[in-house]
Design a protein around this ligand. Sequence first.
Ligand code: PMP
Ligand code: GLU
Length: 398
Amino acid sequence: MSVQLSSRLQVIQPSATMAMTQKAQELRDQGVDVISFSAGEPDFDTPAHIIDGAKQALDTGETRYTAAAGTTALKRAVAAQSEEVRGVFCSSDQVIICAGAKHVLYNFFMAVLNPGDEVIIPVPSWVSYPDQVLLAGGVPVLVQTTQAQNWVLSPDALENAVTANTRVLLLNSPSNPTGGLIPKAEMTAIVEKALSLGLLVISDEIYRDLVYDGNTFVSALESVSDRQDQIFTVDGVSKTYAMTGWRIGWGIGAPEIVSAMTKIQGQSISCPCAVSQAAALVAVTRPLDYFADWKAAYLKRRNQLVKALNDIPGVTCPSPQGAFYAFPEVSGLIQKLGVAKTDIDFASWLLQEAHIAVVPGTPFGAPGHIRFAYATSLDAISVGMERMAAACRRLPAE
Ligand code: PMP
Ligand code: GLU
């Protein structure tokens, strides 16, 4: 007898990034030497002082439930850090701590969307946004951006996509998967346009510290001086502090939204993990002494990867300005695989033929592309790219 499941499952897909990471791990478990460019997570270990802070918290009994929205100490620290980063004051009742930035996004959509409400998502975008909107009963409206525009949504394109049902605009700079960055003038123009159209703006700023080549990160919040209560910021510990497994993220915005999310959180997970919150407090309150080295390492890896990709005939890969992803266009190679083949087939082929794991572009809303996460060693990049180049040489000539 089959088990009947909720119809809500029919509208969503499994996370493509998590699925590819799992597939690479399964092959490794079978003894295959897979080089993974699929998981978007730092390969660095959580810094020792943060781990020590967690150990101390365990020893001093931080092992119980905390307030649903997180500890006062962490909320205060997050508010202070946000003011430092974004130059805009926020109080601790504007902060909610959740089980990762992904969970912040989920709680936000659950808190603000009614059935049929539309959320504008510029694509390419991270795979989880549309599915989270669907889970909350909303309608994701994907608006295409192009490489030629540096993947930045124009105010006109936004206005054209708005209907009577549009409630939210989602922004993500630096971007997963493109590594694209929204410059200050463009950020101001797009946020002003969204606010003038009466939209809420949710800005996922989880990659804010990973910006290269002299570019600067600009938050949605600092880009305008009015109606900042209509802007909701998402951030967390996964990237800057290499703390993906600790599952701590936060949202900063209007107290009404924060309390609505807190109500949902109190009825779903009770509160985020106490010891992880204690570790996150150490993370956000101590200097980022280690981070310049990490950033330099990412930059070297990016440069090596992008060069190796562009050396393969049929691959075009502009140098991404932020995050730790490269997002090459590979249509020419996909065609060589056969008619009607897609980037999804190409990613499977790379896994089989070259034993390298990448994520196909289609789940990000960008067919013809594949995503490489370069949060891996220079050696892995060098061997992985040799394997890819060799496999591509075996494809038939055009
Ligand atoms: N937003 C973006 C754009 C991401 O790439 C990720 C990485 N998984 C997240 C949010 C979620 O991060 P986490 O849940 O680990 O805090
Ligand atoms: N953000 C990462 C990625 O895009 C982690 C996996 C996920 O949560 O999607 O690969």
